[in-house]
Design a protein around this ligand. Structure first.
Ligand code: ATP
Ligand code: MG
Length: 372
């Protein structure tokens, strides 16, 4: 079997990585100085990958530890609260067997009073919260987070897919905001891919979390770096590429890291026994991908109203929404504006600066063919 250097579904050590040096440095400086950071980017833009690198580097270089909470992996308020308690306990290596009960009672009275249910296993333990009154979840989270601040350790806490917190009852944003604002030893990093929701949470003046930290947006990766990544990846996979191959990949995937890796991975696979890839192979791989996803794309398109379809077609044909308001579309500017927002909320479009782009470059290829 061929070793394929590209990777699209794992955050693995040693995988090909475009060093987002600028963003990384900014985030690391904030964390080092105990500031809170909000990272907003569309799906698959590389948030988790980037913060994983940041976590690694901060640990190795500055001895700053981290706690990672993936909110999307919790299912309800109770599981969120117990995840927080569990991670905090884990971090401090508290297990009820080893720590003096007195110490814990003093530090975490609410958590203990909530009749926490700790099951000891060898080397690990699980936490279940038995809370009669759901309203107490907020207090428990608050207590666990504020406890971290008392440890006097260099530390940051990452909330991945933070926007999912808005699904939970009771509302956790108050306690988390309090902890983030009052923890002078712990920096909070909030990440999320549902951009409109993240903006509502952190950038809306009426939101309780408004101005809680510095906002960083991750955009697509500059062409030069994508070219380097492709060149390295093909070489590491022992595949030589003929002229035009890299140009074509860059043209299709347009700086999106995930889609670049995915496309290149499929191209390497299609090289099969031969060690060379031509533009023809790239076209064949593209057809296979778009063909494979066409059922999904058809479904998306068939659900769209008469207004949305021509708008999508325009953006696909022009590579962005630039000029859409002056184009000859039979809709008012208000209607177009509304449609763009709806499509962004559905994550079919992403917004960079003032323009909207198709979030999935293979969907764009599909649309280009379909709209002709
Ligand atoms: N800096 C990068 N260099 C190379 N590839 C990258 C980079 N960032 C992301 N990728 C590619 O994109 C994939 C998705 O990255 P990641 O999971 O970090 O994105 P995400 O924004 O957290 O996505 P999600 O919205 O699914 O949480 C990675 O597995 C990798 O293939
Ligand atoms: Mg992620």
């Amino acid at each position: 079997m061929r070793k394929n250097a590209f990777s699209f579904s794992k955050i693995s050590e040693g995988a090909l990585f475009v060093d987002r040096e600028r963003e990384k440095k900014i985030i690391e400086d904030y964390i080092f100085n105990k500031q809170n950071v909000i990272v907003i980017a569309p799906r698959k833009m590389g948030k988790t990958w980037l913060l994983t690198k940041v976590a690694e580097e901060m640990k190795n270089r500055e001895s700053v530890e981290n706690i990672w909470i993936d909110v999307s992996k919790t299912i309800d308020a109770g599981s969120f609260a117990s995840t927080i308690v569990k991670e905090v306990f884990n971090f401090q290596k508290i297990s009820l067997g080893t720590e003096s009960v007195q110490t814990i009672l003093k530090a975490l009275p609410k958590i203990i009073a909530s009749r926490i249910n700790v099951q000891m296993k060898v080397g690990s333990f699980s936490v279940g919260l038995e809370v009669k009154n759901k309203e107490e979840y907020g207090d428990i989270v608050s207590e666990a987070l504020m406890f971290l601040n008392t440890l006097n350790k260099k530390l940051f806490i990452v909330f991945d897919e933070f926007q999912d917190i808005t699904n939970y009852e009771p509302d956790f944003t108050g306690p988390i905001r309090y902890a983030a604002q009052h923890s002078d030893n712990v920096s909070y990093v909030f990440m999320g891919s549902k951009q409109t929701m993240m903006r509502k949470i952190f950038l809306n003046k009426d939101s309780i979390m408004f101005n809680l930290g510095a906002v960083i947006t991750l955009n697509r990766i500059p062409e030069e770096e994508i070219r380097n990544l492709l060149t390295r990846g093909f070489a590491l996979s022992n595949v030589s590429v003929s002229k035009g191959v890299i140009d074509k990949i860059v043209e299709v995937t347009d700086g999106y890291p995930y889609f670049t890796q995915y496309f290149a991975y499929q191209i390497v696979q299609s090289a099969a026994q031969k060690n060379k890839v031509t533009v023809k192979d790239v076209d064949a791989a593209l057809n296979a991908i778009v063909g494979g996803d066409s059922y999904l794309f058809e479904t998306i398109l068939s659900k769209k109203s008469k207004t949305l379809k021509p708008i999508l077609c325009y953006i696909a044909a022009h590579d962005s929404s630039k000029g859409i308001f002056g184009a000859n579309l039979p809709f008012s500017n208000n209607t177009i504006n509304y449609a763009l927002k709806v499509l962004e909320e559905e994550e079919i479009l992403i917004k960079e600066g003032k323009q909207y782009f198709i979030a999935n470059p293979f969907f764009k290829v599909f649309l280009k063919e379909k709209c002709e």
